[in-house]
Design a protein around this ligand. Structure first.
Ligand code: FAD
Ligand code: DLZ
Ligand code: SF4
Length: 515
């Protein structure tokens, strides 16, 4: 029997289930560079270069280990550009009579995979993706019968299951959650760690040129590319994070600063999502650093919560709610995505900084994604599908299984509360407290209305007014609505009028939102 093992571009792990039991003398491993995967949303140039370069390096590594690799390059004239097309060609090229593949990270690809057996007339084994700490069925069992799914309770279950940061059945230090200690703003003069940078080698350089030629019209800068593209570089990134960033990770997890694109964040998501690093090894390395006295408990717990908690939770949540998850639109938001999400051309400094960093790095850290671009889209009532397409396109770590729950559920509350207990809506006061963006901004974060008022302020109040019927009964919105109740009627009217005029201007009916 001749087996074809198909490895997708985000399955670059030696432990991938589709490689298990591989007979190096007989089996063929297929990897294919696909124009369709670069364009189903128009990915950031660095994202495409990252995936292609990591694929080329991975294939080279497999060949060096004696595997028989069939690698289809983007430039290949016969390349059909799709998973199905390349698999079909490979089956006939090799006379394969069995296909083994690991389940993908996106519903649309699973649907395609499920048609292969019939279309190609050979048995197709779709293996579980075992690179997560909770399997899909384990998540579903945990979720079964619960009225609402909250990350916090899932995370506690995962702590118990792994025994990580546990004293018997109690959390180490007596608390499950050190979030309250992880919300410090950055003290002036604090030295920030350098990002570890990887100079493109000849393979990456070649891919960067290819991306420039083929996808030059896509969003984002390519020349600044310095992402890790091999397993060794990914391990170096992890070591650098643990040494230089982890001790400050907890304290400044929610902070933002002009010109500081990475702060104490790990930059590990592209490596994790491609498969260059495994979630378990990342958590274990961080726990070892804590045991050796290198990282405080709050930082260690804060990091574990992200990987063992959020990352696993959103993955289980995605598969449980697909294929219909993205269809809801709780606030009936319909406005188009403003042009400055692509150009950074806006006098709102927080947005300009975040979009510009995204353009240069294919990266923004979590609080920028959630509380700047996400918060703005929520308050402004931008149509969820347009916001989701943007997030899937612009970040190096974006795959639908992780992007969609974070955008649709967490940032936009478009699912009406399946994922989060309340919308993450915030006014300019929050941004002022957590960043230095407001210092250099054309607007005043202390003003609620008027020409120089921060747009986040009147948009925030107008969001509460507009959605009163949907949100007032939410117990976690009580304080917000008590504050709204203190506004006089004429203030409400002024705010609503200003917010509407501002939003119309974003849609091209005026010039307020753009420079
Ligand atoms: P760190 O701050 O160092 O965190 C460590 C790790 O924890 C990350 O590498 C990541 O693997 C994990 N993590 C942290 N928060 C989350 C989360 N909410 N969901 C899942 N994993 C998490 N993350 C993606 O990997 N891909 C996406 O497409 C993506 N889209 C997002 C869209 C929105 C609107 C929001 C609010 C968040 C999104 N996130 C996404 C989650 C998070 O912002 C990124 O994982 C994080 O910014 C990656 O940077 P880092 O590796 O430096 O993270
Ligand atoms: C994101 C991406 C890109 C840009 N290119 C490829 C590719 O050329 N070949 C490939 O196999 N995978 C690519 N990917 C990753 C896929 O989009 C990913 O496997 C699916 O979205 C499923 O998670
Ligand atoms: Fe952003 Fe408002 Fe601060 Fe300007 S004043 S940076 S728009 S929060």
């Amino acid at each position: 029997m001749k087996t074809l093992r198909f490895i997708l571009g985000d399955q670059l792990s030696h432990s991938i289930s589709s490689l298990q039991g591989c007979d190096r003398n007989r089996d063929i491993i297929l990897l294919a560079e696909l124009a369709g995967e670069a364009t189903y949303v128009r990915h950031h140039k660095q994202k495409i270069a990252l995936v292609l370069s990591a694929m080329r390096h991975f294939a080279q590594g497999l060949e060096g280990e004696g595997y028989c690799v069939d690698y289809v390059r983007l430039e290949d004239k016969s390349n059909t550009g799709s998973f199905s097309g390349e698999l079909k060609r490979a089956v006939s090229r090799h006379g394969a009579d069995r296909i083994v593949v690991t389940e993908p990270g996106e519903w649309r690809v699973l649907e395609v995979m499920q048609s292969w057996e019939q279309d190609l007339g050979v048995p197709v084994e779709i293996m579980q993706d075992t690179r997560f700490l909770a399997s899909r069925s384990e998540f579903e069992q945990w979720a079964h019968g619960r009225k609402s799914l909250r990350m916090e309770f899932f995370y506690r279950e995962m702590r118990r299951k792994t025994g990580w940061l546990m004293d018997g059945d109690k959390p180490k230090g007596g608390r499950w959650n050190y979030d309250a200690e992880n919300r410090k703003s950055l003290p002036r003069g604090l030295t920030l760690p350098e990002r570890s940078q990887f100079k493109p080698d000849h393979i990456t350089r070649e891919v960067m040129d290819l991306v420039t030629t083929e996808f030059g019209g896509h969003f984002g800068e390519i020349e600044s590319f310095d992402w890790p593209v091999t397993r060794q570089e990914a391990l170096d990134t992890l070591a650098h994070f643990i040494r230089d960033c982890l001790p400050g990770f907890g304290d400044y997890q929610d902070a933002m600063k002009s010109g500081a694109d990475f702060l104490f964040h790990s930059l590990l998501s592209p490596c994790l999502n491609l498969g260059l690093l495994d979630a378990r090894e990342v958590c274990e390395a961080v726990l070892t650093a804590h045991d050796e006295g290198h990282a405080p408990l709050a930082a260690t717990e804060g990091f574990l919560r992200q990987v063992l908690g959020w990352r696993e939770f959103v993955r289980g949540f995605y598969w449980m709610h697909m294929p219909d998850y993205g269809a809801s639109n709780f606030f009936e938001a319909k406005r188009p995505l403003p042009g400055f999400y692509w150009t950074a051309n806006t006098p709102m400094n927080c947005l300009a900084q975040t979009v510009d960093a995204t353009r240069r790095n294919a990266y923004a850290h979590h609080i920028q994604r959630l509380m700047i671009t996400g918060n703005f889209a929520l308050l402004a009532g931008i149509e969820p599908a347009q916001v989701e397409e943007w997030y899937l396109a612009v970040y190096a770590d974006a795959y639908e299984w992780v992007e969609l729950p974070n955008t649709h559920g967490m940032a936009l509350f478009a699912d009406g509360g399946l994922m989060a207990s309340k919308p993450y809506a915030a006014s300019g006061a929050y941004i002022k407290r957590m960043s230095d963006y407001c210092t250099d901004c054309a607007f005043d974060p202390k003003k609620r209305s008027g020409e120089s008022a921060c747009p986040f302020n009147y948009l925030y109040w107008s969001f509460l007014i507009r959605n009163e019927g949907r949100l007032r009964s939410n117990p976690r919105m009580g304080l917000s609505y008590r504050n709204l109740d203190r506004l006089e009627d004429d203030q409400r009217i002024r705010i609503t009028l200003q917010a509407d005029a501002f939003l119309d201007s974003l849609a091209g009916l005026g010039t307020l939102g753009s420079r």
